[in-house]
Design a protein around this ligand. Structure first.
Ligand code: PLP
Length: 351
């Protein structure tokens, strides 16, 4: 009854959404703070008559607002239904079965899923001992394209702009290099300034993490106008209207209230630094994070065991079974109070 390809699918496993009791959710890198209060106004005043009509297929107003926020022109921006969908279109547009796609061994685990979905051969490049991504390794391997997250997930480690530039200088102009900047607002330096020099650079963004939008689904591509046209062609061959009218209105308002998001994210960053220091004092190995999570381990205990004992205390974190990172847990930065409770739990359970 099913198409053969369905049997071969290996889907992405998202962070748990348990409903058996109330948990403090620190497992999906959601923002602990609410969206800008302006969004409530937009929602209350939304003219429901508009729902009768299809939304703007190009999300022009929204794209303009996002382009303004990141200081590029609107023809360099594409808007889609969350960056997971965006990544699907990017994979379809730039990678194929003829050329090997290269990415770091530990990075966003949706990349191998899409590669398998589209029949793209992959090669994983090991991380360095300190869990950083080596540009020398990425650029010395033969490949038809490269993708990585910056800051990387689940490590939280950032690649400096100068290193990204060095990578692009080593790549021929027809090799796509995709940088997934899902966490860039938490302390990394965006690769946007490199776009004018490197037409093969494609930047993926999401509003889910830094702009408290995970439930509404909105992501963007920033790239040259020609690349944006190609991605739009892919979109128009699949789904004309990936961003609904309400989300277009809400997203526009969000992009116009940058100050609000900077304010809440500076609190997330302060809490991250506080947590990192507390973990250090307790003897946990914590990687230096520029994201809204930390990746941490306690000698002699597996990530799964840490996860279980934290869960018994009503907090959810994430562990990974991949060899090399199986002793770590990824902890999303919550509100300061929640992190203080978490530290109490760690003291109780692990010392
Ligand atoms: C969360 C995340 C995404 C997906 O974001 P959505 O817009 O919610 O689909 C993409 N890439 C990375 C690295 C992420 O962490």
């Amino acid at each position: 009854m099913y198409a053969k390809r369905v049997q071969e699918l290996r889907p992405y496993a998202p962070g748990e959404q348990l409903r058996d009791r109330e948990y403090v959710k620190l497992n999906a890198n959601e923002n602990p703070y609410p969206p800008s209060p302006r969004l409530k106004e937009i929602l209350m005043n939304f003219d429901l008559e508009q729902l009768r009509l299809y939304p703007d297929p190009d999300a022009s107003e929204l794209r303009k607002a996002f382009a303004n926020m990141v200081h590029v022109s609107s023809d360099m921006v594409y808007a889609g239904n969350g960056s997971d969908e965006i990544l699907s279109f990017v994979f379809y547009a730039f990678f194929d079965s003829e050329r090997t796609l290269l990415f770091p061994e530990h990075t966003y685990s949706f990349y191998p899923v899409y590669a398998s979905y589209y029949g793209i051969p992959i090669r994983k490049v090991p991380l360095e001992k300190d869990f950083s991504i080596s540009v020398d390794r990425l650029s010395s391997e033969e490949s038809g394209g490269i993708i990585f997250a910056n800051p990387n997930a689940p490590t939280g480690m950032v690649m400096p702009l100068s290193e990204i530039q060095r990578l692009l200088e080593h790549c021929p102009e027809d090799k796509p290099v995709v940088v997934d900047e899902a966490y860039i607002d938490f302390g990394g330096e965006s690769a946007i300034p490199l776009l004018s020099k490197f037409p093969n650079l494609i930047i993926v963004r999401t509003l889910s993490k830094s702009m408290c939008f995970a439930g509404a689904r909105l992501g963007f591509v920033i790239a040259g106008p020609e690349q944006i046209r190609r991605i739009t062609t892919v979109k128009n061959s699949f789904n004309h209207f990936p961003v609904d009218a309400i989300v277009q209105a809400l997203g526009k308002a969000a992009c116009e209230d940058v100050e609000y998001y900077q304010q809440i994210n500076s609190r997330v960053i302060a809490t991250r630094e506080w947590l990192t220091e507390e973990l250090r004092l307790l003897g946990w190995r914590t990687l230096p994070s520029k994201a809204n999570f930390v990746f941490t381990s306690k000698e002699g205990i597996s990530g799964e065991k840490i996860y279980r004992r934290i869960k018994e205390n009503g907090f959810l974190v994430r562990y990974f079974e991949h060899p090399g990172i199986e002793n770590f847990v990824r902890i999303t930065i919550g509100k300061q109070m929640e992190m203080e409770q978490l530290i109490c739990i760690l003291k109780k359970e692990f010392s």
